[in-house]
Design a protein around this ligand. Structure first.
Ligand code: GLC
Ligand code: GLC
Length: 807
């Protein structure tokens, strides 16, 4: 069942009912200021860091769901309603929500009045613009009141939700004309404030929540709105809000537009105050001036659309499969941008409090994003590398605002270091900018301990070699990619973190997954070393990689698939000898991607085992059979009920590893089958089962052992976005950047007879026309002349290269 449809020409998803199976959201903002907005206008916004600089309040895990947002209430002759349906839930005569790239439009109609809401963050600004257009579609004259509403968060979202003994006494605001200023804590150490403005004369306002709502009311029935009259309240302590009241007289057919600006301002210390106790508003006023009219708003929205148009033209496809095209051209790339910006911090499943930027996550997010905005990828790589320790290990997470590692989570995830090499290599392949390798980057954010980025990569590589276990396989530490396989944890205390508790010495448990990564990613480091003329180093690296490959086949092979790990006691994990958890997806994917066992047959066997034991109609589960009970020696994985999350859920992040692995052994049919099973556009018709947004990937779909098989959770912020983009764009469609040219190796099933990919790389444009002739062998013509091999050398910036590919 569908709850909307794609509008590809406008690059929008159109939701036709507010009652979607779960709130379906979108993201606003692309640089410093961000917002989340649902199809019922729920959500919140923040400056840079969802934990430390949150402007508006959102109530996670509340009832009903999706509480807190940017609400517009309309009062007309005793009746009141909200065009987004929620929170008033008054029936609408018409409703539509369009989630576009960086903006959302919601329109609702009731009793002959149409209200169009537009939300976006203008490029380069630290504010949200909310534009409201009211149109009288009836034959009578209308006299309406529009009430805006947002609720301010007391900046630190963690504190905001917990420290009530203090917070109920700190709230402060200033009201000047049509602008409501939120200045809690500005009197002391903060030099930033928020404001909410409208470009019209107000009939009234409120800044005190209790006055606006009434102490015993919810957002569905605010006192002020039901009464149709603002309280002109000035918050003092308790909970500051921002609400304007606007009056509009509308003749039949007449419309009226209001522009609201919800902004964030930072003042230099010396310019904090206009006069004692009165905040300096100059910067806010400047921002407000930019959005005084709806023409200015239209201009900024056009800029935003143009920006996305430019970004997305870096890789585009035209084929006969419209679902494929909309994933590749629009939504998958868009989600890559969002994951790059948010890492795993703020979504409807990630509270914005718990986690900052992940070392491993952000490096992987880069893979799907680097072709869009390479300069930002460069900066990100250097930020991430600065949170590495000098022994090569790394902070698992860091805060985006401070760019410092999080001490609470610490280090010890032994896969982390290797991802830095992968991210760096992807950046250089895309841009050719090897100078990044020479950048001096601190260890542990300590500039006195700086070394070149290449040296950071070396430490990453050597961290694996210096931490090998009894079989010569990499030690797992707290966990590897699978955060929930905690082989040194042994936790018996409820509530204790499986990931930060590490109460065994930790020098025995080994990971075959990290071994696979090492074999796959090691050669990338060798190539980087070569770029800097270090041929001896490159040779050393290649010989270590070859050694590891042998160790995997010797100690990491279970007869029909790759083992997952050895636990603390040296027992096998992911073996036919185990009762539960006999086979895991991760090592099958990464070891085959690394090329292990491709020549000798193990790779094919492993992938056949995946098909037989892990594949389901909704995607490939992580392990099988699921753990039926808690295993002290395995940790969090066995804490989940069977079929959910890492315990045999369909963890979409690693499905593309299998897709890529299938292309490595040339099985296009399987690769495409796996791709279409989890790509959201193909799941639109089963939205009532899948439940999350049909335009973005979710981290997890409940596996075959779960009661709710097929139900997705944790949409948006997941490495699934980047990896599926890598899989489809680079390995299935087969167009990827390499150090000296564009590699073209499509791996196609019968469904696509021909298609065209347009790829921008290093300033040149490549128009690649692919004909699927079922030969499985790539033949290329570049500007009319046949070439040997599959590498199209990079052309000069500005040139357009015509490539014909038959396969
Ligand atoms: C989450 C984490 C990611 C981890 C994965 C598997 O998606 O963000 O870092 O690899 O779970 O546990
Ligand atoms: C939980 C999740 C896992 C995630 C981790 C992040 O363990 O199950 O997916 O990676 O938290 O800390």
């Amino acid at each position: 069942m569908q709850f909307g449809h794609f509008d590809d020409s406008n690059k929008e998803y159109v939701i036709t009912t507010p009652k979607t199976p779960y709130p379906w959201i979108n993201y606003l903002g692309s640089e410093n200021f961000f917002g989340l907005v649902s199809n019922q206008a729920g959500g919140y916004c923040f400056y840079q860091d969802a934990r430390l600089r949150r402007l508006t309040r959102y109530r996670y895990n509340n009832v009903p769901t999706d509480v807190g947002g940017r609400y517009f209430y309309i009062h007309e002759a005793g009746d009141y309603w909200t065009p987004s349906w929620g929170p008033s839930k008054k029936e609408l005569d018409a409703y539509e929500c369009r989630h576009g790239l960086g903006y959302t439009k919601i329109s609702g109609t009731r009793g002959g009045l149409k209200a169009d809401l537009l939300f976006f963050v203008p490029m380069g600004e630290t504010c949200e613009v909310h534009q409201v257009t009211l149109k009288n579609e009836s034959k009578q004259k209308k006299s309406v009141k529009l009430f805006s509403f947002i609720e301010f968060c007391l900046w630190n979202a963690q504190d905001d939700g917990t420290n009530f003994q203090r917070n109920f006494s700190t709230g402060e605001v200033e009201v000047v004309g049509s602008t409501l200023y939120h200045k809690t804590e500005y009197r002391e150490r903060r030099n930033h404030y928020a404001f909410y403005h409208v470009n019209a004369k107000v009939a009234g306002f409120d800044t005190d929540r209790e006055t606006f709502l009434g102490l015993y009311n919810g957002f569905s029935e605010p006192d002020v709105v039901t009464r149709g009259k603002s309280g002109n309240s000035v918050a003092s302590g308790w909970s500051p809000i921002g609400s304007h009241c606007l009056e509009a007289e509308l003749a039949p057919g007449e419309e009226r537009t209001f522009v609201f600006v919800l902004g964030y301002v930072e003042n230099p210390q010396a310019e904090k105050w206009a006069s004692p106790g009165i905040i300096n508003k100059v910067r806010a006023e400047r921002l407000i001036e930019k959005f005084a009219t709806s023409e200015q708003v239209a201009g900024e929205l056009a800029k935003l659309k143009q920006h996305w148009q430019n970004l997305l033209s870096g890789y585009s496809i035209k084929s006969s499969d419209e679902k494929l095209d909309r994933m590749v051209n629009i939504w998958n790339q868009y989600q890559c941008m969002v994951t790059f910006n948010m890492s795993r911090s703020a979504s409807y499943f990630e509270s914005g409090i718990g986690r900052g930027m992940g070392f491993r996550d952000s490096n992987q997010d880069l893979l799907g994003f680097v072709h869009l905005v390479p300069e930002r990828a460069r900066e990100r790589i250097l930020d991430i590398a600065a949170t590495q320790f000098d022994d090569g290990s790394a902070y698992h997470q860091y805060q985006p605002l401070t760019k410092r590692g999080n001490n609470e989570v610490g280090s010890g995830f032994n896969d982390d270091p290797l991802w830095l090499i992968l991210g760096t290599a992807a950046y250089i392949k895309e841009t050719g900018d090897a100078s990044i390798l020479d950048e001096q980057v601190p260890f542990d954010n300590d500039a006195s301990k700086a070394a070149s980025l290449l040296e950071h990569c070396k430490r990453s590589f050597d961290h694996v070699i210096k931490n090998l276990g009894p079989h010569g396989l990499p030690l797992i530490g707290r966990a590897d990619w699978n955060d929930c396989l905690n082989l040194n944890c042994f936790s018996e205390t409820p509530g204790e973190s499986f990931q930060t508790t590490e109460n065994r010495e930790g020098r025995t448990a080994e990971s075959i997954f990290i071994a696979g990564m090492f074999v796959a990613i090691g050669p990338e480091y060798a190539a980087l070393a070569e770029l800097r003329g270090q041929t001896t180093e490159a040779a050393r690296v290649r010989s270590e990689v070859a050694k590891m490959s042998e160790v995997v086949l010797k100690h990491g092979w279970d007869g029909n698939w790759f083992l997952r790990a050895y636990d603390f006691f040296g027992n096998k994990v992911g073996s036919k000898e185990c009762k539960d958890g006999q086979i895991f997806i991760e090592p099958q994917g990464y070891c085959v991607m690394a090329g292990i066992g491709v020549a000798t047959g193990e790779a094919k066997k492993a992938l056949d085992a995946v098909k037989e034991r892990l594949d389901t109609k909704y995607g490939i589960v992580l392990n099988n059979p699921p753990y039926a009970e808690y295993h002290l020696e395995l940790g969090e994985i066995s804490s989940y009920p069977p079929g959910y999350k890492e315990n045999a859920g369909i963890f979409c992040h690693n499905n593309p590893w299998i897709m890529i692995a299938e292309t490595v052994i040339g099985r296009a049919d399987r690769a495409w089958e796996y791709y279409r099973k989890i790509a959201p556009a193909y799941l639109e018709e089963i939205s009532e089962i899948h439940r999350t947004e049909p335009y973005v990937y979710s981290q997890m779909i409940a596996g075959k052992d779960a009661v709710r098989h097929g139900e997705a959770k944790n949409s948006w912020l997941t490495g699934t976005a980047a990896w599926n983009f890598v899989a489809v764009s680079q390995h299935l469609l087969g167009v990827r950047t390499d150090y000296t040219g564009l590699r073209i190796e499509p791996c196609l099933d019968k469904s696509l007879s021909s298609f065209t990919v347009t790829r921008r790389a290093r300033g040149a444009t490549y128009v690649i026309r692919v004909k699927n002739e079922g030969t499985g062998k790539v033949a290329l013509k570049v500007n009319g002349s046949a070439i040997e091999g599959t590498l199209v050398p990079y052309a000069k910036s500005g040139e357009t290269v015509q490539v014909e590919c038959s396969v």
